[in-house]
Design a protein around this ligand. Structure first.
Ligand code: NAD
Ligand code: TDX
Length: 380
């Protein structure tokens, strides 16, 4: 079992990164510190971490052992607890800034989420994907290599996607042995970053693990992605834009189950190994959108037709991958991870979260996001 002390989480202000920080700091076995490094792009939002900052940040009152699950931070002479959560605004492409963070916090573990993550944006403007996902990851690897020379009690965990394996037909599922075949600028950039991580492991001996996960859903997801977009549009009685014929298939996993998988790999994953993570929960897009309509209707006590009538089939995404499915037998067998959240209740709680957090929605929709969505989705 690895002992993690100073965990650098990149992209911790984004959807999965923020959920992961909530999850990690709630684990009784984790007594270390989280350093959240994020550039705060349109997708990064510190609102996602307000409670974490209050409870574990520099100004936090030390909590009694029983409310932190036994993980009471050491106190200094003044009696103030050192923060177990710190935020550093920095860009992973900035070598000096990243190196400084490694040194100042004596980082021993990296959990690398920071990325441009939306396939549609990678079609409209692919350059940022190469700059952050490829160059940024390379830069972070170089900073880790410099900071960790001669250390083997460290770990670089790279968070990646099942999209690196391309697109499936009606049958089969991706596994750790599936050859890479990325199809979009997003998936090509993530595939490149996976290769760079392995190359640093192979050539320079950098201790690493990689996880490739399928589609996540849950709280704090930016409402450009399908699930929150459909929930919010339904709640606001706006059109529900389904790409193409709606027959594309995705595998869905509740974000907390993804956090648990990463936590499992951090503790017990074999160095140099890759683990595929998924929900074993495939849905055609149109079926999922109908299910969301039914759930929103039930939550509001209205007939489902009031929402299904908002569905519009719109122009397809160029190069739209047909189907993803993941065989996650390896992480189950070797590390004992399994999904805990059932899809129906996970969707219910996600819908409830978006209903309960209108200020969050209003704030993420302002500024850059609003401009982009208006420029690119006009008429949809
Ligand atoms: P997100 O877009 O919600 O968050 C990305 C975060 O990275 C943001 O906080 C953003 O500010 C930050 N960031 C972007 N560029 C940066 C830079 N140059 N320097 C520092 N920070 C930067 O993404 P997400 O959905 O939370 O995905 C997180 C990771 O998980 C990504 O690597 C993604 O490829 C991977 N992943 C996502 C899914 C999914 O369904 N969302 C599934 C599998 C894997
Ligand atoms: O408005 C929409 N209408 C629609 O039909 C949107 C936004 C999407 N779709 C379709 C496209 C996909 O088939 O729904 C499916 C899901 O789309 P996204 O939410 O954009 O996710 P996807 O493209 O599958 O990629 C996601 O999962 C893998 C994440 O964005 C990636 O970061 C992750 O790697």
């Amino acid at each position: 079992m690895r002992k993690l002390q100073n965990v650098l989480v990149t992209g911790g202000a984004g959807f999965i990164g923020a959920n992961f920080i909530h999850y990690l700091l709630a684990q009784p076995q984790f007594s270390g510190r989280v350093i959240n490094l994020d550039a705060l792009t349109y997708a990064g939002n510190l609102d996602n971490l307000v409670q974490i900052d209050r409870r574990y940040g520099a100004g936090a009152t030390p909590a009694p052992a029983n409310t932190t699950g036994g993980a009471t931070p050491n106190t200094d002479r003044s009696g103030a607890a050192p923060a177990r959560y710190v935020f550093e605004r920095a860009d992973i492409r900035d070598f000096t800034a990243v190196t400084d963070v490694f040194k100042r916090y004596e980082v021993d573990t990296v959990v690398h989420f920071a990325a441009e993550s939306h396939v549609d944006r990678s079609i409209v403007g692919p350059r940022a994907f190469i700059e952050t996902n490829v160059n940024g990851t390379f830069n972070l690897l170089e900073a880790a290599r410099a900071a960790w020379a001669h250390r083997d009690d460290v770990l670089f965990h790279h968070v990646s996607t099942d999209e690196v394996f391309g697109s499936l037909g009606a049958e089969g599922a991706f596994s750790e042995e599936t050859p890479y075949d990325p199809k979009s600028p997003y998936s090509a950039s993530k595939a490149s970053s996976d290769h760079l991580v392995r190359a640093h492991g192979h050539t320079f001996g950098l201790p690493f693990t990689i996880s490739n996960c399928s589609n996540n859903y849950g709280p704090y997801q930016f409402p450009e992605k399908m699930v929150p977009l459909m929930i919010l549009n339904a709640l606001e009685r706006k059109d529900l834009p389904v790409y193409g014929d709606g027959r594309n298939v995705r595998d869905w996993l509740y974000v907390e189950d993804h956090s648990a998988a990463i936590w499992t790999v951090l503790q017990r994953g074999a160095t140099g190994e890759t683990y595929l993570v998924g929900g074993e929960n495939e849905w055609e897009n149109i079926r999922l959108v109908r299910a969301i309509c039914e759930k929103v209707a039930a939550a509001l006590g209205e007939p489902p037709q009031r929402y299904t009538q908002l569905i519009r089939f719109v122009k397809d995404r160029p190069g739209h991958d047909q189907r993803y499915a993941v065989n996650c037998g390896k992480i189950k067998r070797e590390l004992g991870w399994h999904q805990r959240h059932e899809f129906s209740s996970g969707l219910d709680s996600t819908i409830a979260w978006y209903r309960d957090n209108p200020e969050w929605v209003q704030r993420v929709r302002s500024g850059a996001y609003k401009d982009w969505i208006e420029a690119n989705y006009a008429g949809r």
